[in-house]
Design a protein around this ligand. Sequence first.
Ligand SMILES: C[S@@+](CC[C@H](N)C(=O)[O-])C[C@H]1O[C@@H](n2cnc3c(N)ncnc32)[C@H](O)[C@@H]1O
Length: 293
Amino acid sequence: MKVFWQEEKLPLKKTFFGPKEPRFLEIGFGKGDFMIHLFALDSSSPLVGIEISKEMINITLRKLSYHPNIFLFHGDARFLLKYVFPYFLFEKIFMLFPFPWPKERHKERRIFEGDFINILWYSLKDNGKFYTVTDEEVFSQDTKEKFMNSGVFEQDEFEDFFRKKATETKYARKWRKAGKNFYFLCFKKIKEKKPKIEKKIKIINKVDHFILKNEKFKDNYEKKEEGRIFILKEIYFSESGKIFKFFVKEEILEQTLFFTLDKKRNFILKPLFKERIIFTEWILENLKKIFDF
Ligand SMILES: C[S@@+](CC[C@H](N)C(=O)[O-])C[C@H]1O[C@@H](n2cnc3c(N)ncnc32)[C@H](O)[C@@H]1O
């Protein structure tokens, strides 16, 4: 079972998952109740899950006992599917009980805002299907409208098997107990249509270190431009050297980065936890303005 893509070159290739291509993806799998059924359905194909909560990943890892054919990714599905995963990969994508944000004033927080529907189109194979279920009628209507208005999906059948298993998750149990209704939605990709997506983030290969021309650096730096942010948050001085902390935001990708300048190797700027960092052109561009390299 892989939790992170770690040292892989991004975007991931189809071969990352092994000789067989994955068929199913579950987004926001929570405690993994539905994933178990997907795995029982076909344990010979890699099964993929994306979850933004580390705690849920840990719970699911324990349940699914680290099977090598299960790939769990920690992160935001909107970013991972757009920038990290290969396109045209999945037969079926499930997202059960996404946070509905039913109040009008919160509606821009709903998951299907922005370009996510078009990204789902690219993540699915030809004739691939997306399944979702919710307990909130307003959210269900809004979701249906958004998929139909996208022009790249049509409504399809939410088969009985998936319908039954989708109502056995933690949230399904919770909402059933509260006497709520379930609204099932299934959309099939229209393969002839090709939606436009704009990729603003340029991912670059992982960087091991930067060799600086001198020891100078700007100790106060902040850049905000077209929704992107790069801030030098803090410099920690210690006996062994300096540690720089940066906050970076591009689209929905937010990262906190640490770089070290070791006293003994003063001209070498090194990222800490580099396997967790997504290096981008924006990061490089701003580092160059702070340091001389
Ligand atoms: C209401 S819970 C439903 C959990 C599970 N599907 C169930 O039915 O019990 C929503 C889940 O989606 C996850 N989530 C929310 N936004 C996400 C995103 N953008 N990418 C991946 N997971 C997300 C949350 O962490 C949470 O576990």
